[in-house]
Design a protein around this ligand. Structure first.
Ligand SMILES: Cc1cc2nc3c(=O)[nH]c(=O)nc-3n(C[C@H](O)[C@H](O)[C@H](O)COP(=O)(O)OP(=O)(O)OC[C@H]3O[C@@H](n4cnc5c(N)ncnc54)[C@H](O)[C@@H]3O)c2cc1C
Length: 472
């Protein structure tokens, strides 16, 4: 290691690794320090249940990953990353045995929403889909890390997306469209009536139409492994089993980039109450299943979908979100996101068997066991599900927080996605990646564009670092 590094990155999650790669590929010397014995943070894969069953304890579906301008500019395919697409990106079954779908095709999706809403859906997404690549870049670079390339489309998107999602879903007349859209918003645990929640739902829909919602062959670990392998080829170093507690724990460097929560950074760097206004959101309860075969969905469509949203109606989803985020209790009928990697990836389980991934929302720090409630909810849409279960691994908020310090109280978004904090995080600031110390930066999902495996927070923070390093 040189006596003075250009940059040190703390945390080897997707944002930390992306920041390190972005700096190393511009010729800067970089070392990454990770608390855990394995890299990846929220993009990892482990045999959590039985031998041969490879589960993703955190992220599994990657609409934001495949659409990320940062990932798309890196040669990750050469380092083993392969996106696998199920026939349908997402399906949303209903208790009567029908289902709405999110297909790559806008027409197929619209048709599944029923004749009264098909045209409305098309008119909503098509104008943005035609400008998607520019819009995604502009949206994920906000605020102020780059001038918008298409300010007109971005402004139009803001007009539609910044109001609450409930305003947007008023355009729909029937439940399938309202429910599908409510489920999309609930992916980031936002209350449906919250600021900018329309934009959240739209981004997930547009991402599906543009490039799909794939899983990574072999599991989400292969995203992290591809970033790490590229970094090593660029002479970057990664040190695991190295929890950073104080700035003095780190070697001398011209810049320090933290892929941590803002509160942890404040503790480590001695920033006192600088981030004290930062709020954390509800937690999740996660179950990973080893199954004896495919999930016995009643409806046909979920059998061929990578992701399946579970919530009988928009009202049921709204209630579940309110209970977990505002009322402090675990929902009786939780909104569930489920992912079925085995539908497209045979490497994840022994022949004929499957891995299955589920989580539901619970209050921050909740210590109960949601397994039975989750399985009762699944049985409404897939009767006989329990008979397929060979083994399960569960993790509630305390376990999630113990495995990754960024998931405070089990909040997998590393900060509430509500109010102004949805877009302006971790502080009201024109440049949210800066901190009170000119050499210290933050790049985790507590910064824009927020949660998800896309590396854009890492990219945006790294851009500030390389500009400064070149100046000095
Ligand atoms: C159950 C669950 C399901 C999810 N599902 C999806 C999904 O399907 N699709 C999707 O796109 N996203 C999903 N996410 C969210 C996604 O995983 C995160 O938004 C993403 O990983 C954030 O990346 P990051 O680099 O900011 O932080 P993280 O991935 O959390 O990485 C932070 C890293 O920093 C390390 N660290 C923290 N403090 C220190 C310290 N003091 N010293 C050294 N190292 C430290 C941590 O150990 C960790 O490795 C999910 C998350 C969870 C938990």
């Amino acid at each position: 290691m040189p006596s003075m590094l250009d940059a040190v990155v703390v945390g080897a999650g997707p944002n930390g690794l992306t920041a390190a790669v972005e700096l190393a590929r511009r010729g800067f010397s970089v070392a990454v320090f990770e608390a855990r014995d394995a890299i990846g943070g929220g993009a990892r894969t482990e045999e959590l249940t039985l031998p041969g069953f490879r589960h993703d304890p955190c992220s599994a579906a990657h609409p934001l990953g495949i659409n990320s301008p940062a990932f798309r500019a890196l040669p990750l395919d050469r380092y083993g990353l392969e996106w696998l697409h199920a026939e349908l990106p997402m399906a949303h079954p209903f208790p009567d045995g029908t289902a709405a779908i999110l297909s790559r095709s806008v027409g197929e999706t619209a048709a599944s929403l029923g004749p009264r809403d098909a045209g409305t859906y098309r008119r909503l997404v098509e104008p943005f889909l035609h400008h998607w690549d520019t819009l995604a870049r502009d949206f994920m670079s906000l605020p102020l890390t780059a001038l918008p390339r298409d300010p007109v489309t971005l402004a139009r998107f803001g007009l539609v997306g910044l109001p609450p999602s409930t305003w947007l879903t008023r355009r729909f007349r029937d439940e399938p469209a309202k429910t599908l859209f409510a489920g999309l918003v609930a992916h980031v645990m936002a209350p449906l009536t919250g600021f900018a929640t329309g934009a959240i739902g739209l981004v997930f829909a547009l991402a599906a139409h543009a490039r799909g919602w794939p899983v990574a062959r072999g599991g989400s670990q292969s995203i992290s492994d591809a970033l790490a392998a590229y970094l090593k080829d660029l002479d970057g170093a990664i040190h695991t089993d190295y929890e950073v507690k104080r700035l003095d724990d780190l070697p001398p460097a011209r810049a320090y980039v933290f892929d941590t929560s803002p509160t942890a950074l404040a503790r480590i760097a001695g920033f006192g109450r600088y981030y004290e206004g930062y709020r954390y959101g509800p937690g999740v309860f996660k179950v990973d299943y080893a199954l004896d075969g495919p999930v016995p969905w009643t409806a046909e469509e979920p059998r061929k979908a990578g992701t399946v949203q579970i919530g009988a109606s928009s009202a049921e989803i709204g209630t579940a979100l309110r209970e977990a985020s505002r009322l402090g209790r675990a929902p009786d009928r939780p909104f569930l996101i489920t992912v079925q990697p085995s539908v497209v990836d045979p490497t994840r389980a022994p022949d004929g068997k499957q891995v299955f991934w589920v989580y539901g929302h619970v209050p921050s720090g909740w210590t109960g066991d949601l397994t039975d409630t989750i399985e009762r909810q699944l049985e409404r849409f897939a009767p006989g599900f329990r008979d397929r279960v060979l083994a399960r691994a569960t993790a509630g908020p305390p376990e999630l927080a113990a495995r990754n310090a960024n998931y405070v109280g089990g909040d997998i978004a590393s900060g509430a996605v509500s109010g102004l904090q949805t877009v302006l995080r971790p502080k009201l600031s024109l440049f949210p990646y800066s901190t009170p110390h000119p050499a210290v930066y933050i790049c985790s999902s507590a910064t824009p564009p927020g949660p998800g495996v896309h590396g854009m927070s890492g990219h945006n923070a790294a851009k500030a670092v390389w500009r400064r390093l070149r100046q000095t």
